[in-house]
Design a protein around this ligand. Structure first.
Ligand code: ATP
Ligand code: MG
Length: 331
């Protein structure tokens, strides 16, 4: 049994005119102690998936089908009361832009202690001791727990949000774009820190990012999302070293290096499909330089094994397509 199993999940947002099909038949699982990456460009459904695992979908969002289990327990039908025991204690969440949403009028220590007291009946002294412990784990000075958010740099504020996620010793931490908005050197330090923490406290990590380099450095396994679908998934090394899917090839071109701006970056022209219509054909076909008539028939199934599976009709031509994808003229 995996720690987290997301099985064939479909998530739709109702809007005044139409439904937005944000996540379509996505499956992946995270083993205990593993780091798992969800990568894809803006609007691909990453945050929607993360929020569904925490029961925090926006009010107009709905899991239409599929199942999400955590330690074998079905999460899609929990009551709000049951969620309260799962969130933070079992699954902690570092939301997108978390570092900007710290309360400016409370010290960071007060905010973390509040989170502890909401879930655990402990003395203030014990809570404080725990705050100092997690400060230490994330590499912040335990003497600064009573500073206000504005007294910290962006990178340090992000460490505070990581400390907050660790405080109840969760089995799984979901971090949504934890390095976005930070300069590259700080990004690197945060990524290193997340890796160290994962080893030290033995939790699992679901890391969400649009940056291939961050996932490549941090995660054992990955799902590459596009238009609410898994385009490719498996062992991170296999997926990025030898991508079978043209979308993964394109993403890799767009982020050739982890920690430097690369003038060789080639971005994928075009934009995400309209998610209001249920996609017919391969969801990437309108931007794929290799698309053929066959790609219009239906979205291709994920084909492969546990190490690597790709949703493309031309998986068996991956070597040739990789070569063509590396040429800027192709895009
Ligand atoms: P980003 O990298 O920009 O954070 P993402 O991969 O996290 O993107 P989501 O936020 O999950 O993407 O959004 C997936 C799709 O669902 C997008 O088309 C988005 O516009 C749409 N969406 C998200 N929230 C809502 C909502 N409350 N109502 C309607 N549509 C929504
Ligand atoms: Mg997001």
């Amino acid at each position: 049994m995996s720690l987290l199993e997301v099985d064939d999940v479909k998530i739709t947002y109702r809007t005044p005119d139409k439904d937005v099909h944000a996540v379509n038949n996505v499956s992946f699982s995270i083993e205990e102690g593993d780091n798992y990456g969800l990568v894809g460009e803006s609007g691909s459904g990453k945050s929607t998936l993360a929020k569904s695992v925490l029961g925090l979908l926006d009010d107009n969002g709905e899991i239409r089908s599929g199942s999400i289990t955590f330690n074998g327990r079905e999460l899609t039908n929990l009551s709000e009361r049951e969620w309260r025991d799962v969130r933070w204690e079992e699954i902690a969440y570092i939301p997108q832009s978390a570092m900007d949403s710290l309360d400016p009028v409370m010290t960071v220590g007060e905010q973390i202690r509040e989170a502890i007291h909401t879930h655990k009946d402990v003395t203030d002294a014990a809570a404080n001791e725990r705050v100092e412990e997690v400060f230490d784990i994330v590499g912040l000075d335990p003497g600064r727990t009573e500073d206000y958010p504005h007294e910290f740099s962006g990178g340090m504020r992000q460490r505070v949000t990581i400390a907050m996620a660790l405080v109840l010793d969760p089995d799984l931490i979901i971090a949504d774009e934890p390095t976005t908005g930070l300069d590259v050197i700080v990004q690197d330090k945060i990524v290193q820190k997340l890796m160290e923490i994962q080893e030290e406290i033995d939790s699992s990590l679901l890391l969400i990012t649009h940056e291939v380099g961050v996932v490549a450095e941090t995660c054992d396994e990955v799902s590459v999302l596009y238009g609410g679908k898994v385009m490719e998934q498996g062992k991170t090394f296999d997926v990025f070293n030898d991508p079978h899917n043209p979308y993964t090839m394109g993403l890799k071109n767009a982020f050739p290096e982890v920690d430097e701006f690369d003038e060789n970056a080639i971005s994928i022209p075009g934009s995400l499909p309209d998610l209001v219509e249920e996609p017919t054909g391969c969801v990437f076909r309108n931007r794929c330089p290799f698309a053929t008539e066959e790609c219009e028939s239906a979205h291709p199934p994920l084909v492969g094994d546990e190490d690597q599976a790709s949703a493309c009709y031309y998986n068996d031509r991956a070597d040739e397509l990789q070569e063509r994808a590396a040429d800027p003229e192709t895009w």
